[in-house]
Ligand binder design. Structure first.
Ligand code: DO4
Ligand code: MG
Length: 279
């Protein structure tokens, strides 16, 4: 099932039937261990309402209230290779190969909730950067007990020239206003998301496709539970947390985002996160 945060309340899509939850607090609603069972139980007592489709279309909010967003790095071979290439003049090359093969994953803080945007809102490129890309990433929702309770689409907007100049500039390349998009909903399932689920990206420029690619999430080197295990080793999350799992798609080096580009990230079973690039 999918859950949407909307101006009207929390909308549950259970196999195409739409329900308005009796609960109104997004933090309390999502931060439950055994979320699928809890929502299924609530749905059993609700009346379906097809009119909620227009609520999802016209009154959608981002699927986050007070959670932090964290991100994983160099979890796909393509990310390792692209970072080695972009940082070769800075002598940072070996770090990416080492972290790809190390037991401990790269995890970094991406954004507090107030600095995130949802589907339909604008993402940004930094004014002091000339080489920018979106990073399409399966994003886990982890409840405060440390279990994975849902999945959404994430866009880890990145400034490749800043990151490539010096690996210590990573926080500036990754965290700035409009750098983190998640949505459109949280997909909640009884069992983990299918391991061969596809994640795809399409970048539209002037209405035409400027870039499109797809990868299966089983190309990732690490498991979701391994990433979550490291995230929660020494960190408590009162309201749960979102964890981006890294990108397996990076456009060729000649490509950079332009203002006005539309970025669409689609994951099977979840939906499409769509954002327009602003300066
Ligand atoms: O190490 C740099 C960032 C890596 C990243 O964001 C990714 O692999 O998705
Ligand atoms: Mg990334």
């Amino acid at each position: 099932m999918k859950i949407y945060n909307t101006k009207k309340g929390i909308v549950i899509d259970n196999n195409g039937q739409l329900f308005l939850s009796n609960q109104t607090d997004w933090d309390k609603f999502i931060n439950r261990q055994g979320l699928f069972a809890a929502i299924s139980q609530e749905v059993a007592g609700l009346q379906a309402d097809a009119n909620l489709q227009s609520t999802i279309s016209n009154e959608l909010l981002k699927p986050i209230a007070n959670q932090e967003v964290w991100a994983s790095g160099v979890t796909y071979y393509r990310s390792r290779s692209a970072r080695i290439e972009e940082s070769k003049d800075a002598g940072g090359g070996t770090f990416y190969d080492r972290v790809y093969n190390a037991e401990r994953p790269e995890l970094f803080f991406k954004a507090p909730a107030y600095r995130t945007v949802g589907s339909g809102a604008d993402v940004r490129i930094r004014k002091d950067s000339k080489w920018n890309v979106p990073e399409p990433e399966l994003t886990l929702f982890v409840c405060s007990a440390g279990t994975i309770e849902g999945y959404t689409c994430g866009n880890d907007m990145s400034s490749r020239d800043i990151e490539g100049e010096n690996p210590l500039y990573l926080p500036q390349a990754k965290s700035y206003n409009g750098a983190c998009a998640i949505g459109p909903c949280i997909f909640v399932s009884e069992s983990p998301i299918k391991s061969d689920s596809k994640i795809g990206i399409e970048i539209l420029r002037g209405g035409s496709a400027a870039f499109a690619e797809e990868i299966s999430i089983d190309q990732m080197k690490r498991t979701h539970t391994e990433l979550v295990g490291y995230l929660t080793k020494e960190l408590d999350f009162e309201h749960g947390a979102f964890l981006m799992t890294g990108t397996g798609i990076i456009p060729a080096d000649e490509f950079t985002l332009n203002v006005g580009d539309v970025v669409k990230i689609t994951i099977e079973g979840i939906g499409t996160l769509e954002n327009t690039v602003k300066s």
